[in-house]
Design a protein around this ligand. Structure first.
Ligand code: NAD
Length: 475
C-alpha cells in the first residue's frame, strides 16, 4: 500500500491495513458541477465487524509502546504531507471548497496529528506521605468509533485521530456519505505506517454510523456533526455506557461594541463567516451591532462580501465555492428567502445562483431580527444576518438566548471592556477581536446543545483515556 494508490485508484475501505472492496457502492458528486466523482464503497455490517475486530486485536500492542507509537504517527504524518497535491483535489472535488483551502486542510490535518503525537500524559503522584503513595495514570479507553461530517472531512478526522491514536487507542473512522473519498485516501496513507488494525476507515450511509454507535467493541464514540444526530448518538451509547464526545452545531454571535472600528471588524468577520462557504461549525453566523454603528459596519461588510469571488473550487482565485450538497443549499436558500419575506434586506446577494452547480450568492442581510429563523438557527452557509441593537445587555441576552453555545466573539477597542462582555457569553470559546482562531493545544467544545466534552490539547487527549488510580499503603 502506498501513496500512489490515491490518484485514479478505486476508492476502498481500509480494514486491518488492507484495501477492501464492498459489495455495493454509492455515488459521490462534485457540488460545483454535479458530475460523478467516484463510487464509494458501502461497508456491510460484516465489514464493520471486521474493522472493530482488527482494532480490538491491535489496540493492546499499540498501547504498550509510546515511543514506537509516536514514531509511527510522525511517519504517517510525513506520508500525509507528501500527498497534499493528490489529496487536496479529491477533497475539492467531493466537498467543493477552493483548492487552496483544501491544501490548507490536508496540511492542517497533518499538523494536528503531529502536535498531538508530541504530547504525553504522564502519571501524576497526587499523594506521597507517611500513609500512602497514590498515583493517577491515564490509560486508553480501548477502541474508538469516530464519525465525521462533510464540511472539513480531513481536519475534523484529524482532531479525533491525533488524540485518540497518540493516547494508545485504535480507531475505526466513518466519514460523511457526501465526502468519503478524501478520508478513505487519507486513512489508507496513514494506516500504511501503523500496525494493521490500529486505524480503519469504513464508508457508508447514516445506518453505518448507527451500527457503529451500537456496536459492542468501541468504548468511546467521538462524533462531530448535527445536534439531531448527536442526541441520537447520546441515546444509542447509553445502553453500553460508552464514553462520548459530541461536537455539534453552533450559531456563533459576533457582538460588536460601540467603540469598535467598523473596517477592522468587517475584515475579521467576513473572513470568519464565509470561509468554506460558511460551512464551519464555528463561523460567525449572526452579527449584533449597535444602531449607531450599523450603517458604517454594514457598508464595510458589504464591500468585502461583494468582493468575494464565487466559483468552482478548482478555479484560481475563488474565495467561495459551492454549497456542499443539495439539501444544504435548499436549507440556506430557504432561510434567506424567509428572512427577505419577513422584511430583511439583502445588501449583497440574496439567492442561489442560476446555472449548474450548487452555488449560493454570498449574502449580507440587513434589518435581521431575533425570531427570524436565519438568526435563531444555524444557517451553515454563505449568508450573514446583521442585527442592530440599542442596549448592550439586551444584545448579550440575545446572543445567549439560544440552545446553541459553541463559540462567540466580542469586537471592541477596549480590551478590558471586551473581556467583561466575553465573560458573559455562554459558549465554549469566546474570541476577542478575532473569530475561528483554533490551535491543537487550545481546548474546543460547546456548551448547551452545541456539545458534550472537549477536543484538542491535554483536555482532548484526556477525553480518550480513563483514570486509573494506584493507592499503595505506606507501612
Ligand atoms: P450529520 O449529523 O447529518 O452527519 C454527521 C455524521 O453522522 C455523518 O458521517 C453521518 O453519516 C453520521 N450519522 C448520521 N446519522 C447517524 C446516526 N443515527 N448514528 C451515527 N452516525 C450518524 O451532520 P452533517 O450535516 O454531516 O454536518 C453538519 C453539522 O455538523 C452542522 O450542524 C455543524 O455545525 C456540525 N459541525 C460541528 C462541529 C463542531 O466541532 N462542533 C464541526 C463541524 C460541523
Amino acid at each position: 500500500m502506498g501513496s500512489d494508490v490515491i490518484a485514479g485508484a478505486e476508492p476502498a475501505l481500509v480494514i486491518a491495513g488492507e484495501r477492501v472492496a464492498a459489495a455495493t457502492t454509492f455515488a459521490v458528486h462534485d457540488p460545483a458541477t454535479g458530475a460523478l466523482v467516484a463510487e464509494a464503497p458501502d461497508a456491510s455490517r460484516a465489514q464493520l465487524d471486521d474493522a472493530f475486530a482488527a482494532a480490538a486485536a491491535a489496540q493492546p500492542g499499540w498501547a504498550a509502546d509510546p515511543g514506537a507509537r509516536r514514531a509511527a504517527l510522525l511517519g504517517a504524518v510525513g506520508a500525509l504531507l507528501g500527498a497534499v497535491d493528490r489529496l487536496a483535489p479529491l477533497l475539492t472535488a467531493e466537498q467543493g471548497k477552493p483548492l487552496a483551502q483544501a491544501r490548507d486542510e490536508v496540511q492542517g490535518a497533518a499538523w494536528w496529528i503531529a502536535q498531538h503525537a508530541k504530547i504525553a500524559l504522564e502519571p501524576e503522584v497526587i499523594r506521597d506521605d507517611d500513609r500512602a503513595h497514590v498515583t493517577v495514570r491515564r490509560v486508553p479507553v480501548g477502541v474508538v468509533a469516530a464519525i465525521t461530517p462533510w464540511n472539513f472531512p480531513l481536519l475534523l478526522a484529524a482532531w479525533k485521530l491525533g488524540p485518540a491514536l497518540s493516547t494508545g487507542n485504535a480507531v475505526v473512522l466513518k466519514p460523511s456519505p457526501y465526502t468519503p473519498l478524501s478520508t478513505l485516501a487519507m486513512v489508507e496513507l496513514l494506516a500504511a505506517h501503523l500496525p494493521p488494525g490500529v486505524l480503519s476507515a469504513v464508508s457508508g450511509g447514516n445506518d453505518l454510523g448507527a451500527w457503529m454507535t451500537a456496536h459492542p467493541v468501541p468504548r468511546k464514540v467521538s462524533f462531530t456533526g448535527s445536534i439531531a444526530t448527536g442526541k441520537a448518538i447520546a441515546a444509542a451509547v447509553a445502553d453500553d455506557l460508552k464514553h462520548v464526545t459530541l461536537e455539534l452545531g453552533g450559531n456563533d454571535a459576533a457582538v460588536v461594541l460601540d467603540d469598535a472600528d467598523p473596517a477592522a471588524v468587517a475584515r475579521g468577520i467576513v473572513e470568519a463567516s464565509f470561509l468554506n462557504a460558511g460551512q464551519v461549525c464555528c463561523a460567525v453566523k449572526r452579527v449584533y451591532v449597535p444602531a449607531s454603528l450599523e450603517a458604517a459596519l454594514v457598508d464595510a461588510l458589504a464591500d468585502r462580501v461583494a468582493a468575494l469571488r464565487v466559483g468552482p473550487g478548482t478555479e484560481e482565485g475563488v474565495d467561495v465555492g459551492p454549497v456542499s450538497n443539495a439539501p444544504q443549499l435548499e436549507r440556506v436558500a430557504g432561510l434567506v428567502g424567509a428572512a427577505l419575506r419577513d422584511g430583511a434586506e439583502a445588501v449583497v446577494g440574496g439567492s442561489r445562483l442560476a446555472g449548474g452547480g450548487l452555488f449560493h450568492a454570498p449574502t449580507l442581510l440587513r434589518g435581521a431580527r431575533d425570531g427570524m429563523a436565519i438568526v435563531d438557527e444555524e444557517q451553515f452557509g454563505p449568508a450573514l444576518p446583521v442585527i442592530a441593537y440599542r442596549d448592550e445587555d439586551a444584545a448579550i441576552a440575545a446572543a445567549n438566548g439560544t440552545r446553541y453555545g459553541l463559540d462567540g466573539s466580542v469586537w471592541s477597542a477596549d480590551p478590558e471592556r471586551a473581556e467583561a462582555v466575553a465573560a458573559r457569553l455562554e459558549c465554549g470559546t469566546t474570541w476577542i477581536n478575532t473569530h475561528l482562531a483554533n490551535h491543537p493545544y487550545q481546548p474546543f467544545g460547546g456548551t448547551k446543545w452545541s456539545g458534550l466534552g472537549t477536543e484538542n490539547g491535554r483536555w482532548g487527549l484526556e477525553s480518550f483515556t480513563e483514570v486509573r488510580v494506584t493507592h499503595r499503603a505506606v507501612a
